[in-house]
Design a protein around this ligand. Structure first.
Ligand code: GDP
Ligand code: MN
Length: 380
């Protein structure tokens, strides 16, 4: 789950990272009032869950409350990479002399949280990684020892931070690491961490991605979720405990088990089709979950055929078949469907589907071929 800049920065601040004073506005009038309260120049920042807002024109400096209102009015109407701007953060403007990058991620290969820092801040870090990789310093953090000051000081000196700022940088790196671990984050990033004209360090931007699997114990953070920024199908999948990833193809796939779902996608491609999604209904899914899954698949206008591939182990084939019927009644789909059900209660499952005139197949290859043919307009 991604957090907005203002949310990430508040969490950073709770752990001792200095951030500019600022407030969130949903209207231009509010932005003006905030600018008035803050006094002096402000920066109006679109709050959308994508990077590169600056380049897209979603970040503007305003010298007066009048300007703040006009800028906010302009930015609140924008769409940045398909995300409608509904909120702006009005921050006291920083007087920037240098922009640094400081981030932390979970590096699965190294099985460590890795801290990354670069003097080339403010720009897209992926770009720095390809054009100037030596400019990025990384250190792996031992999970038992935690971050050590010699590591942060080493990084600070290697990216050219002035010595009188080492102590501050150390405090910020520790704060970011605490924010990272306390929030069960996968990524926490300050880009840019700026050196101001007066020589202070300040986190001007903030980004956080939380580990979805840990949200059960991060109730306060889960409440920060912005449903406006989530596709409706993703929301429904999450609420129903389904793993769903939308893709660009035309064959909707409903499968139980992640490995089986991937194998199903491969075989669809093998027979000349393109999967419209990855969808794992999980083990032991009952009919309501199956119905939700089918609704999600059919809400994608690209779907021309649906392939069910169910291996009945804990999941019972008759439960799935009943779920399919419930969903069919609810959504009355036009798309043709083919089902391959094997395992626990497969005979009952197939009989239920046969009564509803749904095409079934004995093997996955046959099912995939039928689905591909159906998507190309052949009748099953
Ligand atoms: P992003 O483009 O989505 O990463 O948004 P950022 O918050 O990182 O802002 C992009 C750029 O705008 C920064 O790298 C800065 O150069 C500039 N910027 C952001 N806030 C301020 C500010 O308070 N003062 C000044 N002068 N520039 C700012
Ligand atoms: Mn940034």
């Amino acid at each position: 789950m991604k957090l907005h800049e203002y949310q990430a920065k508040r969490i950073f601040a709770q752990h001792g990272v200095p951030i500019p004073k600022g407030e969130v506005a949903t209207t231009a009038t509010q932005a003006r009032e905030i600018a008035q309260r803050l006094g002096g120049a402000v920066v109006i920042k679109s709050q959308v869950l994508v990077g590169g807002r600056g380049k897209a024109g979603g970040i503007k400096l305003a010298k007066t409350p009048d300007e703040a209102e006009a800028m906010a009015d302009h930015i609140l109407g924008m769409t940045i990479r398909d995300f409608k701007v509904r909120r702006v953060l009005v921050d006291q403007a920083a007087d920037i002399s240098e922009e640094i990058y400081l981030g932390m991620i979970v590096d699965r290969g190294r099985r460590r949280v890795v801290m990354m820092a670069s003097s080339e801040g403010g720009v897209d870090i992926e770009e720095v990684a390809t054009t100037n990789p030596e400019a990025i310093k990384t250190i792996a953090i031992d999970p038992y020892l935690g971050l050590r000051s010699y590591q942060t000081i080493g990084v600070a000196s290697s990216i050219g931070i002035p010595q009188e700022q080492f102590r501050n940088f150390n405090r910020i790196a520790f704060g970011l690491y605490k924010a990272f671990t306390a929030s069960d984050a996968e990524l926490a990033e300050i880009n840019p961490l700026v050196v101001t004209a007066s020589g202070d360090l300040l986190a001007v931007d903030g980004k956080m991605v939380l580990d979805d699997s840990a949200l059960f114990r991060q109730v306060a953070l889960e409440e920060m979720r912005d449903l406006d920024e989530e596709a409706p199908a993703e929301t429904e999948a999450r609420i129903n405990g389904l793993s769903y990833v939308k893709l660009d193809g035309e064959i909707g796939c409903m499968v139980n088990g992640a490995g089986l779902a991937m194998a199903t996608m491969d075989i669809v491609e093998h027979f000349g089709g393109e999967p419209a999604n990855f969808l794992d209904i999980g083990g032991g899914a009952k009919s309501d979950k199956v119905a939700a899954a089918l609704r999600i698949i059919l809400s994608d206008p690209n779907v021309k055929a649906v392939l069910f591939n169910i291996f009945g182990g804990i999941t019972r084939c008759d439960e799935v078949a009943r779920g399919i019927l419930v969903a069919l009644e609810e959504v009355q789909p036009q798309a043709p469907m083919v089902a391959r059900l094997v395992g626990t209660n497969e005979v009952e499952g197939r009989a239920i589907l046969a009564e509803a005139n749904m095409a079934t197949a004995a093997t996955l290859a046959e099912a995939a071929q039928k689905a591909v043919a159906a998507a190309q307009g052949e009748t099953l």
